[in-house]
Design a protein around this ligand. Sequence first.
Ligand code: FAD
Length: 556
Amino acid sequence: MSSKRVLIVGGVAGGASCAARLRRMDEEAEICLLERGPDVSFANCGLPYYVGGVIADRRKLLVATPGQFRDMFNVEVRTRTEVVKIDRPNRRVEVHDLATGTTTTEPYDTLVLSPGATPIRPPVPGVDLPGIYSLRNLADVDRIHARITSHRATRAVVVGAGFIGLEMVENLVRRGLKVTVLELTDQVMPPVDPEMTTPVLNELRAKGVDVQLANGLAGFEQGPSESLIAIGADGRRATADLVILAVGVRPDVSLAKEAGLEIGPTGGIRVDDQMRTSDPNILAVGDAVEVRDFVTGKPALVPLAGPANRQGRIAADVIAGRDARFRGVQGTAVVGVFDLTLAMTGATEKTLRRAEIPYRKMITHPFSHASYYPGAHMMALKVLFDPDDGRLLGAQAVGKVGVEKRIDVLAMALQKGATVYDLEEAELCYAPAYGSAKDPVNMVGFAAGNVLRGDVEPVFWDQWKRLQAEGGPMPMVIDVRPPKAVAKAAVPGTLNIPLSKLRSQLDTLPRDREIWIHCGVGKTSYYAGRILKQKGFDVRNLAGGIVSFKMEPPSG
Ligand code: FAD
């Protein structure tokens, strides 16, 4: 216990979390939370849903008020108070009172920085025209609300199809607006592996959203009646009553930089695993800091609320003298897009390739719960794992129901260093309404374990598409589903030999050519593959079957 003075800059996720935890750890410390904006501890993650009306009462977004901080935690909160300078040698900060315009200094024993991240505003012509918004705080949503109402908005453009962009799309559609999305890359949700985002793209288009991929923003022009025209790099023009910019955030390191604190290669404040900056009297947490990627070990920026809150808590423990340590960030995240949920944890193929980490992968399409019980929906569940020991490196899932539950299980498994063999043995909740006796987590473990044990040699549709594009010799591709199923949807150029006939037709199959087999989702072809493998054929299983084929982006 101490009577030290702790100043915390930024009063939302990381800062508020730190203040409340510190009080629980140290009843004597003098804790002061300094926040530039008018509110502390508001729910930034709820902002898009306030725009859409799902959260109708603005007050619900205020998780804790300054009064509650004072009464419950004996924490002094000063809103509309901007910290403009850190005087490290004298351990004090210069504070600008935005209400009165006065500047004072405040001493500290320990300073915690949680200033968050700033939305990126692309430097394109017209970006400062009225009606173009970023979304960071309550003031932003108030402006967006006001614009929608005052301009009787019916059309919006959202620039960027990441988490915040897509949440805004959904909520603007919910408000009755027609939405166009401009996305620079050739997929929605750029951090995720492309094939896992295809269902999301389809869902957006099915809901009437005009998604323009590979069409970065070139600029804006003023349109008639105060409307805006968003111009894409390909020249397409979309007229809108308002525009949301959601092209990412940049760590707000202005204070830290000016104070000479070390900034990491990604541009975030460098901290150790106790959230200490290069100055031992200053800690930093949240979106502003550079974290260690839990899987790759590389420095990364992962602006998410979970890590910010946990880091705030760890910083508090460290200030209170405890040996708390941050484990790094897995990037466990989830987004809802209309009727779909997309979730992920750990590395993607993209990150593993970039980090030159070898991996193997498996994709399955299990039902969310027993398929005979009402409300079951198929999901796509993909895992990435170490080719030698099967350690889980990452997982992604997309579907209507039960997606985040599986990713949460896999997130914990990954953090504990579990292998795909451990997934086979995971004992998870089961009753027909909730799961399956072999849960999707078990199933993906079985499928991946089969690969590592050499029972199955998987191939993927992107490999097939690449071979086709190269025009070289192709494997024989056999669809082992019943003809009725093949008649409904088939991959062009494939041969149909149903599993039930396969044993009797082995003599017709080549022994000097690779045979790639597939079915609907990969289960029947697993049975078929085991037959062919045991009979000595050079066989590969196209993982995920025709469902995965449909998810493969056109470019392959
Ligand atoms: P913030 O919560 O942004 O708080 C920083 C605060 O510091 C700000 O209020 C700012 O005014 C203040 N500040 C900055 N500089 C100064 C200064 N010099 N003096 C005084 N005060 C200062 N994450 C998820 O995990 N899931 C989600 O669903 C999700 N949805 C989101 C939706 C939206 C619209 C937004 C904007 C973010 C969302 N996030 C989500 C991200 C999440 O909100 C952030 O990762 C988290 O809030 C970061 O916490 P922080 O404390 O670092 O920064």
